[in-house]
Write a protein that binds this ligand. Structure first.
Ligand SMILES: Cc1cc2nc3c(=O)[nH]c(=O)nc-3n(C[C@H](O)[C@H](O)[C@H](O)COP(=O)(O)O)c2cc1C
Length: 193
């Protein structure tokens, strides 16, 4: 997604680049159709894509310790689907990006997972051990910020650049969700057959 920026709060598109990496990771898994959706441009076609999807990976920059306002607007627009539990048993996962190493972005991941839980979705964790946590480890390690719940990235507030390790971690998340979605779908087919 893109951030809801005004002239006073210029964004860099960091989170969009991370979203592209998540999509690239998912596409790397054979047999996976991937669509990227901007929550600020929701029309019937985008809602239908979400309704048909076997998995949805949510992402947002962290603004003021939570997801961006545009994501909250999107989340609230799902309330009819929540009432019908229309997304129940789809797989879900999440990622966020912020200017500070912490920047309270854990709260954004918690919010995204709670949103998925309200919809009865099945949350997929990051599935990577933490990197960069010993004297011999590197800031270039995957999962360099040590998240478990989802992918947490950090991008400096004065450059459009996104850290390679964060892109690699995002690709991992996309591929993991795609792989587990295939497993889940095969299991559903086996149970219903
Ligand atoms: C309104 C606003 C609120 C922000 N709040 C936080 C925050 O709570 N924590 C943080 O670390 N960075 C915060 N930032 C910095 C953004 O998370 C950071 O610039 C991020 O890379 C933006 O991603 P984007 O380029 O995808 O919009 C904030 C930026 C803006 C404009």
């Amino acid at each position: 997604m893109k951030g809801p920026f005004t002239a006073n709060t210029p964004g860099f598109g960091h989170t969009s680049k991370i979203a592209e990496a998540v999509a690239e990771g998912a596409r790397s898994v054979t047999g996976t159709d991937v669509a990227s959706i901007d929550v600020e441009a929701m029309a019937d076609a985008e809602w239908e894509l979400l309704d048909r999807a076997d998995a949805i990976i949510f992402g947002s920059p962290t603004y003021m310790g939570t997801a961006a306002g545009a994501f909250h607007v999107f989340a609230q627009a799902t309330s009819k689907r929540w009432m019908d539990q229309a997304w129940r048993d789809k797989l879900a996962a999440g990622f966020t990006n912020s200017g500070s190493m912490s920047g309270d972005k854990m709260h954004t991941l918690q919010y995204l997972s709670l949103f998925a839980a309200q919809h009865g979705m099945l949350w997929v964790s990051l599935g990577l051990l933490p990197g960069w946590n010993t004297t011999t480890a590197s800031i270039d390690d995957d999962n360099r910020l040590g998240f478990y719940l989802g992918a947490g990235a950090q991008s400096f507030n004065d450059t459009p650049a996104v850290h390679d390790a964060d892109l690699s971690t995002a690709r991992h998340l996309g591929a993991r969700v795609a792989q587990l979605t295939h497993v889940h779908q095969a299991g559903r087919f086996a149970v219903s057959a």
